[in-house]
Write a protein that binds this ligand. Structure first.
Ligand SMILES: NC(=O)c1ccc[n+]([C@@H]2O[C@H](COP(=O)([O-])OP(=O)(O)OC[C@H]3O[C@@H](n4cnc5c(N)ncnc54)[C@H](O)[C@@H]3O)[C@@H](O)[C@H]2O)c1
Length: 365
């Protein structure tokens, strides 16, 4: 099979779909890998690494799209739409429920589109988890940065110093990103509290994260905490739904000016009334004296780590898709079938079909 790795063209997207070491493994299985020249440079993987692995470097973006299997990071952009063709498999983050135009293009193209974000394993989303881990850890780094006076913050050092109390971090949601945020916060010496609604999850956190406090998530508890919080982190998720709005504008006024709010959940609409998407180019804005950081693709900033973390989890699926036909790959890799969003001009992901009120056709293996 010919596997194509194009350079990402989305603004400030520095990740690449496949590591040179993974390309080497696939070549050992008898596959041909074509990589667009410069595809991995921003993530720290120069062309020479791919060449050493045995991949073929190609100058033309369009040429790479001739491959049987396209492995990417982000969804195709309009200039790439004409390059998608029948008989091809596309494996990438797609988020089709929020993109009607791309859904139409994929249906018309006759391509098989497999979305990272809907592949499942044991009721979890294994290809989303590493990005949540990165966003969670990053939230404390960026939050601590913007708490500094020259960056608009109130001048609190999260870890404190001997004789001075540490900063207070409150994390909304104790799932993958929330736990990683709390781990970073306590690692820095900050005082961290996770607010959750899932009591079983809080029991687990209580046993495994003895330096982090847990508190049942309610408006009353939040109102009590907000006047004392230095860094507030939004890490909630209700699967398949928009993020719950836990912080109203009035509640935000309870926080001290110069405090920082990092809303990781912004890709699902954000968990505050005042949240709106920002980019790495212009990541923060002020509302009610509180600095809001609401970047929708946080892991793109740490492209080297994020590319490794992504390939670690995507590789077994890529290998199965390369070595076998779609049905057999789905039989061998449980949960891959749930990733198939578009097949033969039909929508095979119920959530996407419902979002666009289009017909749904089940894909079983
Ligand atoms: N901005 C980015 O770049 C970026 C990167 C990765 C993930 N994300 C997003 O971050 C969000 C969180 O992802 P995750 O993987 O950590 O999700 P997760 O499912 O692992 O965790 C979410 C947690 O929120 C809890 N929760 C639900 N409602 C709550 C409430 N009212 N109060 C408190 N807790 C509540 C759930 O019980 C769950 O434990 C998602 O929207 C995800 O898409 C954003």
């Amino acid at each position: 099979m010919i596997i194509g790795i194009p350079k990402e063209i989305k603004t400030q997207e520095h990740r690449v779909g496949l590591l040179p070491s993974a390309a080497y493994q696939l070549i050992k299985h008898g596959h041909q890998i074509i990589v667009e020249r410069g595809a991995g440079i921003d993530a720290g993987y120069p062309d020479s690494d791919y060449a050493t692995a045995g991949a073929k470097l190609i100058d033309s973006h369009n040429e790479v799209f001739r491959a049987d299997l396209i492995v990417k990071v982000k969804e195709p952009l309009p200039s790439e739409y004409p390059l998608l063709h029948k008989g091809q498999i596309l494996f990438t983050y797609l988020h089709l429920a929020a993109n009607f135009k791309l859904t139409q293009v994929l249906l018309k193209s006759g391509i098989t589109a497999i979305a990272y974000e809907t592949v499942t394993r044991n009721h979890r989303l294994p290809l989303l988890e590493p990005m949540s881990e990165i966003a969670g850890r990053m939230s404390v780094i960026v939050g601590g940065h913007f708490l500094a006076k020259p960056h608009g913050g109130k001048g609190v050092l999260l870890g404190g110093v001997p004789g001075v109390l540490p900063g207070k971090v409150v994390v909304l949601g104790g799932g993958t990103s929330g736990v990683n945020a709390a781990r970073m916060a306590t690692g820095l010496g900050a005082d961290a509290t996770i607010l959750e609604v899932d009591v079983e999850r809080m029991r687990f956190l209580d046993i495994t994260m003895s330096t982090t406090h847990t508190l049942y998530s309610s408006e009353a508890h939040l109102k009590e905490l907000l006047p004392t919080v230095d860094l507030l982190i939004g890490a909630v998720l209700v699967p398949g739904a928009k993020a719950p709005k836990l912080i109203s504008r009035a509640m935000l006024r309870l926080m001290k000016p110069g405090s920082v709010f990092v809303d990781i959940a912004i890709d699902q609409g954000g968990c505050a009334e005042t949240s709106r998407p920002t980019t790495h180019d212009d990541p923060v804005y002020l509302e009610e004296g509180i600095l809001h950081y609401c970047v929708t693709n946080m892991p793109g900033a740490y492209a080297h780590t994020a590319t490794q973390a992504l390939t670690n989890v995507t590789f077994p699926y890529i290998e199965a898709l390369a070595d076998h036909n779609l049905e057999e790959a789905c039989r061998r890799q449980t949960g891959l079938a749930q990733g198939v969003n578009v097949l033969g001009g039909k929508l095979t992901c119920r959530a996407v079909a419902e979002a666009h009120q289009l017909p749904y056709k089940a894909f079983f293996v």
